[in-house]
Design a protein around this ligand. Structure first.
Ligand SMILES: NC(=O)c1ccc[n+]([C@@H]2O[C@H](COP(=O)([O-])OP(=O)(O)OC[C@H]3O[C@@H](n4cnc5c(N)ncnc54)[C@H](O)[C@@H]3O)[C@@H](O)[C@H]2O)c1
Length: 337
C-alpha cells in the first residue's frame, strides 16, 4: 500500500485530497494544526469524515515544529507528499504577517529538510495564482516571469517555490508546485467571497463588492482541482539530461526535477456574474455595497491551463453556475438554512 502525507488535511482542499487518495487505495497520514484562522468546528467536521477510514491517521501539530516532520518522514516513509498546510488569505497577511512567515516559510523549510533526509517519490506543494502578482499579461502562463507579488501572502508562497527549487536541484527531489486559482465548492473556506456572500445574502445583509465589481477571477471547482492534483501526483518532474532541453511551454527547470503548474478553469469570470450565480442558487437578490479595491488584491486572475492538459490530458471544466449551486446546496444543509 502506498503512503501519502498530506499537510493541511483538515483544510478545505486538504480534506478533499485525503478523501480522494483514500478512495484510490493510499494509506494517508494527515497533519493539521487546526488553527483558529476560521471556524475550527468546520475543520473538525471535515476530519471526522476522514477518520471513518481505517487507512487514515490524523496528527494535530504545526508543520514548523522542529523535528516533527523529520520524525514523521523517518517512521512513515511517505511515497507522496502533498503540502497544503499554510496560513492562507491575502487580506489577513496585512494584519498578521508573522503567521505567514512561520507557517509558510519556516513550515516549508522543515518539510524540505525532512524530505532531504527521507526523499519521497514526489512532493507537491501549494503555491497560488497570487504569485503572478502585478503581471497584466493574460492568461497567466507558468513560464512568464512572476517577480512582483502584491501581498506578503503571495511573497511567502513565491518564496516557497524558490526554496523548493533549490532542494530539488541540490538533492534531486522531484517537486511540483501548484498555482491554484480561487478554489471554491462545498466545505469551502468561510473567509472567501462565495462563503461570505452566500451567508450575507441568506441573512438578508448587504455584501461588500470590491473594485466596484470590476474584478475577474478564474474560479476553480474543488472536484476539478482534486482531479488535477490526483493526475499530477503520477507525473513527477524528471531532471533533464545533459543534451536535453526544456520542451516549449513547459515550466520544468533546466537544472532540477521541478516544475510549476497552474490549476485553473482557463476562464476569467466577472465578479458581478459570480454574484448573479449566487443569486440564482439562493433565489434571493443581493444588496451590493460597491467598494474600492482592497490593499494587496489584484483586479484579475486568469489561468492558462495548457501545461496541466499537456501533462495529464485533463482540463477543469465546471462552470460557476453549477459549482455555485453545489456550494449553496451544501451550505443550506450544513447550516440548516
Ligand atoms: N482555496 C484557494 O482558493 C487557494 C488558492 C491558492 C492557493 N491555496 C493554497 O492551498 C492550500 C490549501 O488551502 P485551503 O483553501 O484548503 O486553506 P485552509 O485554510 O482551509 O487549509 C489549510 C489548513 O492548514 C492548516 N494549517 C495552517 N497553518 C498550519 C501550520 N503551521 N501547521 C499545520 N497546519 C496548518 C489549517 O488548520 C487548515 O486546516 C494553502 O496552502 C493555500 O495557500 C488555496
Amino acid at each position: 500500500m502506498r503512503t501519502a502525507l498530506i499537510t493541511g488535511s483538515a483544510g478545505f482542499i486538504g480534506s478533499f485530497v485525503c478523501e480522494r487518495l483514500l478512495r484510490d487505495g493510499y494509506r494517508v497520514i494527515g497533519l493539521d494544526a487546526m488553527t483558529d484562522y476560521y471556524e475550527v468546528s468546520l475543520k473538525q467536521r471535515r476530519l471526522e469524515r476522514l477518520l471513518q477510514s481505517e487507512h487514515f491517521r490524523a496528527i494535530e501539530d504545526y508543520v514548523e515544529t522542529p523535528g516533527l516532520l523529520m520524525e514523521l518522514f523517518a517512521s512513515e516513509k511517505p511515497d507522496v507528499v502533498v503540502h497544503l498546510a499554510a496560513q492562507a488569505g491575502v487580506r489577513y497577511s496585512i494584519e498578521n504577517p508573522r503567521s505567514y512567515l512561520q507557517s509558510n516559510i519556516v513550515g516549508t523549510f522543515e518539510l524540505l529538510e525532512a524530505a532531504r533526509a527521507h526523499p519521497p517519490k514526489h512532493m507537491l506543494l501549494a503555491s497560488t495564482s497570487s504569485a503572478f502578482g502585478a503581471n497584466t499579461k493574460m492568461p497567466y502562463r507558468e513560464i512568464d516571469k512572476a517577480d512582483h507579488q502584491m501581498s506578503f501572502y503571495a511573497a511567502t508562497k513565491k518564496a516557497t517555490e524558490n526554496m523548493a527549487h533549490s532542494y530539488a536541484h541540490l538533492f534531486g527531489l522531484p517537486v511540483t508546485m501548484f498555482r491554484f486559482f480561487t478554489v471554491y465548492g462545498p466545505w469551502g473556506r468561510p473567509d472567501m467571497a462565495l462563503f461570505k456572500f452566500t451567508k450575507a445574502i441568506l441573512e438578508g445583509r448587504p455584501i461588500d463588492v470590491y473594485n466596484y465589481g470590476d474584478m475577474k477571477r478564474d474560479f476553480t471547482y474543488i472536484e476539478d482541482l482534486v482531479q488535477a492534483i490526483r493526475l499530477l501526483i503520477d507525473v513527477p518532474p524528471v531532471r533533464l539530461g545533459e543534451d536535453e532541453t526544456v520542451p516549449a511551454g513547459d515550466s520544468l527547470s533546466p537544472v532540477a526535477p521541478w516544475r510549476v503548474v497552474n490549476i485553473g478553469n482557463s476562464n476569467a469570470v466577472q465578479l458581478a456574474q459570480f454574484i448573479d450565480a449566487i443569486e440564482a442558487a439562493t433565489g434571493r437578490k443581493a444588496e451590493r455595497n460597491l467598494m474600492p479595491m482592497q490593499a494587496g488584491d489584484v483586479p484579475a486572475t486568469w489561468a492558462d491551463a495548457q501545461l496541466l492538459k499537456t501533462l495529464t490530458g485533463y482540463e477543469p471544466k465546471t462552470d460557476v453556475g453549477n459549482g455555485v449551486a453545489k456550494f449553496v446546496d451544501w451550505y443550506r444543509e450544513y447550516y440548516s438554512v
